[in-house]
Design a protein around this ligand. Structure first.
Ligand SMILES: [Zn+2]
Length: 120
């Protein structure tokens, strides 16, 4: 896998655990068929079939590709959240919440800047 140079925004999200402003990301209203890969290492993380309507303002998914992400408790803010990391490169992707639809009940809320899209 080729190592891509990160843009300033990608670096901020993946490596400094930044969060993009809601409704600004390039994928939150994106509904093409394909695969969302990690902007840091190119590993497939989510598919378009897993995508939810992003009412929150960020791309949201009800599931992730098996074994592609890691979850970690994040207590850096007053509320306790669960952080999502790329299992391959450790890049920060976003947070996961337990208010998603069935069958997973999860909502993976991901920064567009942590993703690249590969059209099917
Ligand atoms: Zn990665």
């Amino acid at each position: 896998m080729r190592k891509k140079k990160l843009s300033k925004e990608e670096h901020h999200i993946l490596r400094e655990k930044g969060t993009e402003a809601p409704y600004t990301g390039k994928y939150y209203m994106h509904d093409e068929k394909g695969v969302y890969v990690c902007a840091g290492c190119g590993k497939p993380l989510f598919s378009s079939e897993m995508k939810l309507d992003s009412l929150s303002g960020w791309p949201s998914f009800f599931d992730a590709q098996k074994g592609s992400v890691e979850m970690k408790k994040d207590k850096s803010h007053l509320i306790s959240r669960t952080e999502i990391l790329c299992k391959n490169c450790g890049g920060h992707l976003g947070h996961v919440f337990n208010d998603g639809p069935k069958p997973t009940g999860k909502r993976f809320c991901v920064n567009s800047g942590a993703l690249h899209f590969k059209k099917k």
